[in-house]
Design a protein around this ligand. Structure first.
Ligand code: BGC
Length: 252
């Protein structure tokens, strides 16, 4: 691990955010810069915004310093493979290469929930858990990360488990709650169904729940009946950036 801060960038549906991360403490070393995601968010257009963010931090990092970047998609060998809630042009795009060509520096591309998950495991809510951690992010979709004793199993995509004939995230994401105008007493049974199912498949030692809705964890967590302890994410919307920077540094 290096002492120099590392740049992490989080590509989301509405904003692209970046900050330098101090990996000694596992938190931001600078303020976060946010630029709205372009209307038609193809890899090329997003790379232009990412380049603006990198440029604004460029005088604080070496020219060849790697950048960690998250995307809400499956990523294998630098290629984005899916596009559940993003522009379909990401499917099978050589996204890591598109970014590194544009930026002229090494890029580590990672699924957004995997980045958030590793950050929570290394520096956040699961720091002291010595077992199997299952991190879920409840947002537009449901992201998932499985980390066993510090090792991330990438691209688990547990938001797309089929439960009762439905794609799980279409019923249990935070977006489903908002778009169907569900009260917590209507939403909690959906979360109960989802987390009971996850529990019966993976038997984790700890659930960490992230996404904006985790700020309201008191409204749903105490009502869930699970065998597994469940805690809200600690790093909240910083987790993706922190995890991406951490993984970029590890990949050096
Ligand atoms: C995508 C995942 C992503 C999650 C959270 C899902 O719809 O398939 O790749 O991690 O949303 O953004």
């Amino acid at each position: 691990m290096t002492n120099a801060p590392v740049l992490g960038i989080d590509i989301g549906g509405s904003g692209i955010k970046g900050a330098l991360v101090d990996l000694e403490v596992g938190d931001f070393a600078t303020d976060r810069l946010r630029i709205p995601t372009p209307e038609k968010s193809t890899p090329g257009k997003v790379a232009q915004v990412v380049a603006r963010i990198v440029k604004s931090f460029a005088d604080q990092i070496p020219d060849d310093a790697p950048v960690g970047i998250t995307v809400p998609a499956v990523v294998t060998h630098g290629r984005t493979r899916s596009a559940a809630n993003i522009d379909k042009s990401w499917i099978d795009a050589e996204a890591e290469k598109i970014f590194s060509d544009k930026l002229g520096r090494p890029v580590l591309l990672v699924n957004d929930a995997d980045a958030a998950g590793i950050a929570e495991e290394r520096f956040g809510a699961a720091k002291d858990c010595d077992g199997l951690v299952l991190v879920t992010t409840l947002g537009t979709g449901i992201g998932s990360a499985i980390i066993y004793r510090g090792v991330l199993i990438p691209n688990t995509e547990l938001g797309h488990l089929e439960i009762d004939g439905f794609d799980a995230e279409s019923k249990a994401s935070a977006h489903a709650k908002t778009s169907e105008d569900l009260s917590y007493s209507e939403y909690v049974p959906r979360l109960q169904r989802y987390y009971s199912h996850l529990e019966s498949l993976f038997w984790p030692d700890l659930f960490v729940v992230g996404g904006g809705i985790s700020r309201s964890s008191k409204k749903f967590m105490p009502k869930l009946k699970l065998k597994t302890p469940m805690v809200p994410a600690l790093l909240r919307n910083r987790a993706g950036i922190i995890g991406a920077a951490y993984l970029a540094d590890q990949a050096k």
